[in-house]
Design a protein around this ligand. Structure first.
Ligand SMILES: [Zn+2]
Length: 285
């Protein structure tokens, strides 16, 4: 399903992104077996990453975001690429608070920080960071990151809603980002825009209908794309890693531990390579 819309609004001076991230957040919750509050925090990070990935210009581009604190929130890391494949992990999978902004704030109150690494596929990656702001939750931290690190007055709102049974009923992100030439009146309009209303409407009628209802449709720039939870690990990739490790080393690990075991943090998948796999790998060579 095409779940991400990007276009320009306010006379082409502001970029609007609306994404329904329900399915990908639900997949992240399932893969990692998350509690509701852990899924809420992780889902917000996945949603903002969906926006950040949609901004990548190069096909080989990749971006990752990590949120860290010495408090209860621990670490959340999410990554995405130009194909809008999202993945990530959260250190504390069973946080038990009720999801809300106050609990978010408390979770990251101690030395909270946001770090972003963007790799456009050439030269050195861009690294930006900011401290968790004094007020607000994750959305305010994301906005602070854009303000400090990229000098863009970005409005950003994410939401993750769970029902009593723990099912993700809706997740989404709404972003308004002024372009460098935006005039004062447009900046004021952007500041005043009601992003929670856009998220509510998106849950009800979808991203495309929400955008046409609240903004004038710009036919020249109207992009619908599909974002999903998709890890890039594979048995084939790990096989290549093991071949480069060499037969002697692989045999030694198998002798000591019975098998080579690799765990992918991003999709919570275990890979096991035993003696028979080693035979196949190195006889084939
Ligand atoms: Zn994986």
């Amino acid at each position: 399903m095409k779940n991400l819309l990007r276009t320009l609004v306010y006379n082409g001076q502001v970029s609007l992104t609306l994404a329904d991230t329900t399915a990908l957040v639900a997949e992240g919750k399932r893969l990692h077996g998350l509690s509701n509050f852990s899924a809420y925090l992780f889902g917000k990070a996945l949603s903002v990453m969906t926006f950040m990935s949609a901004c990548l210009k190069e096909n080989s581009g990749e971006i990752s975001l990590s949120i860290k604190t010495s408090g209860d929130g621990g670490e959340i890391a999410v990554s995405g690429n130009r194909a809008l494949n999202m993945r990530g992990y959260i250190e504390n999978t069973q946080l038990s608070e009720n999801p809300n902004e106050e609990a978010e704030r408390r979770a990251f109150a101690e030395n909270g920080s946001v770090t972003v690494i963007r790799n456009d596929g050439y030269s050195r990656p861009f690294v930006g960071a900011c401290a968790f702001p004094d007020a607000g939750g994750l959305d305010e931290a994301f906005a602070e990151y854009f303000r400090i690190s990229e000098q863009i007055p970005t409005r950003i709102a994410t939401t993750v809603k769970t029902d009593a049974a723990g099912k993700i009923v809706f997740a989404g992100v709404a972003v308004l980002q002024p372009l460098p030439f935006a005039d004062a009146e447009t900046l004021e309009k952007t500041r005043a825009a009601d992003l929670s209303l856009l998220l509510c409407e998106m849950e009800r009628i979808g991203a495309e209908a929400t955008a046409t209802k609240y903004f004038e449709k710009d036919e020249r720039v109207w992009e619908m794309r599909e974002a999903q939870y998709q890890c890039n690990c594979s048995r084939e990739y790990l096989t290549r890693v093991l071949i480069s490790l060499g037969e002697a080393q692989m045999r030694e690990i198998i002798r000591e531990d019975g098998a080579v075991r690799v765990h992918c943090h991003y999709c919570n998948t275990d890979y096991t390579f035993d003696g028979r796999d080693a035979d196949e790998l190195f006889i084939r060579k």
